[in-house]
Every structure is written in structure tokens, then in C-alpha cells.
Design a protein around this ligand. Sequence first.
Ligand code: GAL
Length: 391
Amino acid sequence: MKKLILLIVVALFVLNASGQKFDQLAKTPPMGWNSWNKFACNVSEQLIMRMADEMVSSGMQDAGYQYIVIDDCWAIARDENGEIIADKEHFPHGIKYLVDYIHSKGLKFGIYSCAGTKTCNGRPGGCGHEFQDARTYARWGVDYLKYDWCNTTTQNAKASYATMRDGLFTAGRPIVFSLCEWGSAKPWEWAKEVGHLWRTTGDIVDRWDAMVDILDKERDLAKYAGPGHWNDPDMLEVGNGGMTTEEYKAHFSLWCMLAAPLIAGNDLGSMSTETKEILTNGEIIALDQDTLGKQGFCCRDNGDYEIWVKKLANKEKAACLLNRSDEEKEVEVDFSMILKVNDDYWTLEPYKLDDYKVRDLWEHKEVNMVNTTIYVKIPPHSVKVYRFVKK
Ligand code: GAL
């Protein structure tokens, strides 16, 4: 009888421990840095420590960036007990040492693995080792896990990611769970119960057309995002050299309008003033980190010219005017109308422009308006971003 009761207690514990994610995490989109976009497989203990130092000294930490994430290529094999082991040549002191260093800087540590048998670069994957790896990550003090989708053959995406979620929850350390399934199994429809963010597309490329191509794919996904569960249009390319300063400003602004995770992907040690100004623009970041947690939506599409609107807390709003064309555009902007636009596309909100100031978030100044309508010049491949601030 005693045995039976014990069995029931254990069964209840196991049932309770599975099927849940840590739900107090990522209430606003996660902010941090990841090694992949700039360094790919060239990761090492030294590099990661240097990036952590730069995160602090550059002002990125003060701007809100928190997670330092090592992407693919840190792991090399499994030992005879199946324990995942780091590449000793590049991580001579092991991962725990690195985590402690990151934590000592007041930062958080993120790691990468994959739901398949191997990662995209042929390193050991998590398949069949989910609970064991989750315990290891928890023991090391990991705060964030990016989980990729290479070499998964016939695996079911929802089931595979749910297994890792259960592993993490059972291991007991609150770890942000970032799904990197590239959008093929429509994670926005099911991943809210599984993780805190999910990739919606394939990999970003450091080029204007690739960036706006991702933007187009986010159009219909706004309703799936909210505090603790975000669409992830992939990491930032700001500062990596493939776009102009204006294009990077647009990339960063649009990601903030989308309430996207802000994971920088540049060399933090060699940032130009322009790059730093973009990545640490507090007024733009505030749109991303707004506590209402609404993803922005496209309320006007004139082909080369789009208007994106994001609802903010306290009945405030942001508007981003995007010129996708190769020529400068002069547009007539009706601010009283934009302020009223609602995300159901049908109704208008009863807001009056008189109750608001309009701020230009790249110029860092209030827009001086005589009428409710003004003419604005937007350079090619660039944005103007405004915030309606309650008076
Ligand atoms: C891709 C993933 C990238 C990066 C890469 C590493 O699948 O989308 O962000 O993690 O794998 O191999």
C-alpha cells in the first residue's frame, strides 16, 4: 500500500513537472548578443569573455542588453555517460567557468544546441539527451537556450521542442527557451506553451533585400506575440557591414516595431559610433521593450512606402514610415489619423492629437506641427520613427 501511494505521489510530481515552461521569463523581448552572425564557428572562451567586457564598457548593458549567447560549435562530443562536453581547445576551462565570468559582470549566459542528432555544424545534438542536457545546463548556471532544427529527419517539431521544454522545467532552473525551427511548422500556432520565442523564418543575411524579405513574413504574425512569447525574425545584423547606416537604422527600428528579440550580432569590440548610436538608441529600444507587449502591424502599404504602427502602454503609439525604394520620397503624413489606427484594421481609436506630443525618435526631438498633417522627406531605404507621447 505504502509503495502504491509513493508511486502515485511520484507520478503526480512527474505529470506536474511536464507540460510547462517557466512562465515568468521574457516578459519583454530578450535583449543580448549572439556569436553566430559575425563569428560563426570561430568561438572561444577568450572571444566570449571579451564580448562580455565590451557589452559592459560600450554601454550596451546599460541600454538593456543582458544575454551573452554562444551559438553553434562550442560542443565537441559526449563522454561515456552521454554527458555533453565542450571543445577543450577553445574552451579550456569549460563552460561553467565562462558562465561564472558572465554572471560576475551582471550579465546572463545563453547556450546553443539542436533538437536533431547533430547541430547544423555537425556537433552533438540534443536528441535523446534532452533531460540530461537540461540538467547539465542548469548545473552550469545557463540562463537561455537556443535550440536549433538541423538533422531532425522525421522528428515532429512540436513534440521535440516540448520534450526539451519538459527537460528544462524538470531541471528546475529558469531558462529562457528560444526555438530555432525557422518557421516551417508554424511555431507561432503552438509554441506559446513551449518556449519564450520562436524563429519565424530562415536565417537573416546582412543585406537590405534579405532584411525586408523577413519583414514581409512577419505581417500576419502580430496576434501571436505577447509578454513571454515572441515572434523572432532572427538576430540583428547592425554593424556587420552589409548595409548602410540608414539601412541599419531601418532594420533596428523595424525589429523594435515588431517587438522582436534584440540580439546583436556584431563585434562589440570594434563598433563605429554610428553602430553604437543605433544599438543603444533608448527611445527606439523603449518601443521594443514596452510593457504592453504588442507587435506592430502594417496599416498602410503603398508598395515602396509603408506605415507600421505599434500600440504602446498608457494609450501611446509609435509609427514607423518606411521608404523601401531607391529614391527619396516626400510623403504627406496625417498624424491625427495614424494616432487613431487600430490593429483590428476596422475600428478607430478615440484618441485626439491635441492630447499628445509627437516625438521624432531618431532626431530626438519633438515635431513642431502647425497642422495635423505634415510633409516628410524620407531618404531611400530608410525610416522615420515617431512616438505619440501623452501630454
Ligand atoms: C542555423 C540557425 C542560425 C545558427 C546556425 C548555426 O540553423 O538558424 O541562427 O544558429 O544554425 O549552425
